[in-house]
Design a protein around this ligand. Structure first.
Ligand code: P6P
Length: 298
């Protein structure tokens, strides 16, 4: 497995990548405030209709990364193939430039998601992840192998302030339930209902970034996007969405798993142990604090 030479190199490289993400997030936020959620005629490789904002956010991020010599290649959810940058680069960055953009028309928060892989796009190569929430302010969560917890920054009009290091408690109160409910398995439906009967609160906007950030900020809970009869491989993309947030939840002291229910036997596999076959593979996924993940894993 590829390993950067020293933690100093890794720290310096992550600082240059994180600096470019911070600046790009401000450019994307400025673009969003001008954009009214207009759709383009195009669709991305997964078949999603591309919003004008999706395309513009992707262009902003390609510009942000292209001159960083430690980056070997980038891969966007909006592009079919990876884009090579610097042949001696160490890192591959997979990103979703604007996740949840269909929510823009309702003026709900959207986000960007980044996975920074040392070597090829494989979960075991993740050395850092970041997410940006475009809400009342621009907020960025950043996690790396260099330290535990998720550093959460907000932009104050001049610079990004470190607000707090987010960590998950053992158990929470929020339940974010993805997927079309009529297409859930009986087993999944029973587990979700059991949490609600125990007093969990439904917190689900349909935007992965604000929904997962909410659980991190509140210190615990469960986000699930299960296999459903209409989407047996789930909806969320491994490289651009699932692996980066699995890394973040594990660094915050939580867990992130894939659950299979075969012949009424439930088995849970850490998401970061899955092996994608294609750049745009999706997977069912569960993210949360330890108690909730252990609960759904049986
Ligand atoms: P559903 C947004 O389109 C997205 O990719 C994620 O941000 C979000 O978690 C999920 O899809 C919502 O999907 O099927 O629950 O509307």
């Amino acid at each position: 497995m590829f390993k950067p030479h020293t933690s100093t190199t890794l720290q310096q490289d992550l600082e240059s990548i994180f600096t470019s993400i911070k600046q790009a997030s401000l450019d994307i936020y400025a673009m969003l405030q001008k954009n009214l959620g207009e759709y383009t005629e195009s669709t991305n490789v997964t078949g999603d209709t591309q919003l004008q904002a999706d395309v513009q956010a992707d262009i902003i991020l390609q510009e942000a990364f292209k001159n960083i010599v430690c980056i070997k290649q980038i891969c966007s959810e909006e592009q079919e193939n990876a884009i090579p940058l610097h042949k001696n680069g160490l890192y591959s960055i997979a990103y979703d430039p604007l996740d949840g953009s269909s929510l823009m028309g309702a003026n709900l928060s959207v986000g960007s998601i980044f996975g920074i892989y040392a070597g090829d796009f494989l979960p075991q190569n993740l050395v850092a992840s970041a997410y940006v929430v475009y809400g009342m302010v621009v907020g960025i969560g950043f996690a790396s192998l260099l330290k535990e917890g998720v550093d959460y920054f907000t932009y104050n009009g001049k610079e990004f302030d470190l607000q707090k290091c987010l960590r998950l408690s053992n158990k929470g109160k929020l339940n974010a339930t993805g997927g079309t409910q009529k297409n859930w398995s009986k087993a999944h439906k029973m587990k979700i209902e059991s949490l609600f009967n125990a007093g969990y609160r439904l917190r689900y906007s349909g935007g992965m970034v604000p929904d997962l950030h909410h659980i991190l900020v509140k210190g615990g809970g469960l986000f699930s996007y299960p296999a459903t009869s209409d989407a047996p491989n789930g909806k969320l993309r491994m490289l651009f969405e699932v692996f980066p947030f699995a890394f973040i939840f594990e660094r915050a002291g939580g867990k992130a798993v894939f659950i299979s229910e075969l012949e009424s036997k439930t088995t849970a596999t850490p998401l970061l142990e899955l092996q994608p076959k294609h750049l745009h593979d999706t997977t069912p996924c569960y993210f949360g604090s330890t108690w909730e993940i252990d609960f759904v894993s049986h």
